[in-house]
Design a protein around this ligand. Sequence first.
Ligand code: ZN
Ligand code: ZN
Length: 363
Amino acid sequence: MDSRIELLCRSLPAKGLDAILVSNPYNRQYLTGFKARETDLSSSAGQVLATGQGVYLFTNPILAEQAKIETSGLELVVYEREPYVAIANAARGAGVKTLGFEPDSLTAAAFRALEQAAGKDIKLIATENAVEELRVRKDPEEITLIHKAVEITDRAFVEVTTGLTEGTTEAVLAWELEKAMRELGAEALAFDMVVGAGPNAALPHAIPSGKPIKAGEPVVIDMGARYEGYCADLTRTICIGQTSEQFRRIYDIVLRAQLAAESSIQAGQTASEADAFARRVIEDAGFGAEFNHSLGHGVGLAVHEVPRIGKDSPAVLEEGMVITVEPGIYIPGWGGVRIEDTVVVRESGIEILSQAPKEVFPV
Ligand code: ZN
Ligand code: ZN
């Protein structure tokens, strides 16, 4: 099978590039296996220079040993202070005249340093999704890892929400869910967990607070485990005790929207068509304005990656893409409902990985 780096290098001439500098941590890991992460915005854990002649990984002395252990088949360059001087020198040595870079993953200061080091003889060209285009279709091993992350997430959700009682705070619930995921084998959370009860459930990205959960109010839980680098993304909306008529009405619309999308999405459709399967149901019910985000997004090494599944997304769905299907309705002051599964796009439909129950159980 073609290596990921070979595929990347083969795509460069059509982009007018002799080489590309990969600074995005997920792209770096995808191409080389190097798992190090930036500790803050201004320090890079490493960068990959892929040229037709060879592949280089630039990193700092602290991470050099880790890079040696985790990577193979590339030239490791350990720099002391000036990564971009080392990068430009290697590019020059490989005869690079046009060098692609990832504008989303370089700070302005880093770009300035790169520009200075590149001088007049290397032309810098901003690229878009050069590596993400490869990451977007998952191979079977990647799908297995995502599936494992999803299973951990599902099990933790069921374990912790079964028997959940009134008065538990959002923050305690979030911690119980986190603990359960870690105990079940998650290496980390895929993202900061969302737990929003009552009016907080109207905030799609509610931060778990000290608010006690009351019976009868919607509780939106958006959670995901990370397993060997790969993410799961699951949202369920639950209710302790008796549900109100309003809750049942909104929940039913969101669930119908999600099921409509899940039974219709397949490879070959555009992402905007996929979005419309769910959006139509919500709009027809009169809540179009209250569904104020996209239907979903790609999931992989990053919890949010291409393709975006939105109203105006031109991306075409392909076999092997892993995406979320997550319609929601948010009503300020009352709360909200979102239901989200992680799914694999297949030729004739989708394979739903998330198995956490969707019935609103009075727990
Ligand atoms: Zn989510
Ligand atoms: Zn999501």
